[in-house]
Design a binder for this molecule. Structure first.
Ligand SMILES: [Zn+2]
Ligand SMILES: [Zn+2]
Length: 296
């Protein structure tokens, strides 16, 4: 039965490829190393284009596991400069060069991204000299989000500021095509800006934090972290205002609670569909939303 489902999906993809956007979660984790939930990274595919949102730990490994040959990924959007969202960038750039990616890699990030890129080039200058003869192809071009007015004629990608506590320059992204809308919240606490952009989204990818009372009471550092993220009560408020067709919880910081308990709590106060992201989970958005898992 499952086999036929995938054949059907393939058939639908082939027939209506131009009307479908696909997102695949390469990494759904947090700074904490976890082999099942690598660092945050989402691969978006639309027509012949492939775009990354954040490049966390292990992004290149996940691409390899999906048999992605990297050469189509020319554009990468970075939500903010916390290391868990950018630590895989040098790996992706250098590995894709080794695999003979001949086109440039454009990074669109917040303040600090240009310095970060120039320092990556400096850090690896010996390797670049030796291996790529100063890397005459696949240049790392770093730009600000604001430099992207509209991604192309069919796809619009815009950034908006969220509220990630002490981080001044933290953003989410709005992706529009046709009359469809996908929102990636980035790392944020309750943010009116995220809410305003997310109203009636088809897919809202939102972060979440949940901490058991016992851990919360005993961990001063974690109490500080909580303020920079979205707790479950805030999330319920956001969902009841925005009413996305599908909510995908990503970058989940769960301490002393599990995913099911979070979903149960949300379901008591919100009627819409909510799921947790998993590495390799893939979602097609077209006339309808289809969720499938390309995990190996
Ligand atoms: Zn993060
Ligand atoms: Zn962060």
């Amino acid at each position: 039965m499952i086999k036929y489902f995938f054949i059907l999906l393939f058939f639908l993809n082939t027939c209506q490829a131009s009307d479908i956007i696909n997102i695949t979660f390469l990494g759904t984790g947090t700074p904490r190393p976890n082999i099942d939930k690598l660092g945050p990274s989402i691969l978006l595919k639309y027509q012949n284009d492939e775009i990354l949102f954040d490049v966390g730990r292990g992004t290149t490994l996940r691409l390899e596991q999906l048999n992605n040959n990297y050469t189509k990924i020319d554009n990468i959007f970075i939500s903010h400069m916390h290391f868990d969202h950018i630590v895989g960038l040098a790996d992706f750039w250098l590995t894709s060069s080794l695999w003979q990616k001949k086109t440039n890699t454009n990074i669109y990030g917040p303040k600090g991204i240009k310095k970060f890129c120039s320092q990556i080039k400096k850090l690896y200058e010996k390797d670049l000299e030796y291996r790529y003869e100063n890397n005459s192809y696949n240049q790392l071009n770093c730009l600000y989000h604001q430099d992207v007015k509209k991604y192309n004629n069919l796809l619009s990608i815009t950034s908006f500021k969220n509220d990630h506590g002490h981080v001044d320059n933290s953003y989410g992204f709005k992706i529009n095509f046709g009359n469809k809308k996908i929102i990636y919240s980035g790392d944020t606490t309750y943010s009116k800006n995220v809410i305003n952009n997310s109203k009636n989204a088809d897919i809202l990818i939102h972060e979440v934090i949940s901490v058991s009372k016992k851990i919360y009471d005993n961990n001063k550092k974690l109490r500080k972290v909580v303020n920079s993220h979205t707790n479950v009560s805030q999330l319920i408020q956001i969902l009841n205002i925005c009413k996305p067709k599908l909510t995908i919880l990503n970058h989940a910081l769960l301490f002393g609670v599990n995913e099911q308990s979070v979903l149960t709590r949300i379901a008591k106060e919100y009627n819409g569909k909510v799921i947790f992201a998993k590495d390799f989970m893939s979602v097609d958005l077209g006339e309808e939303i289809n969720i499938f898992n390309t995990g190996k």
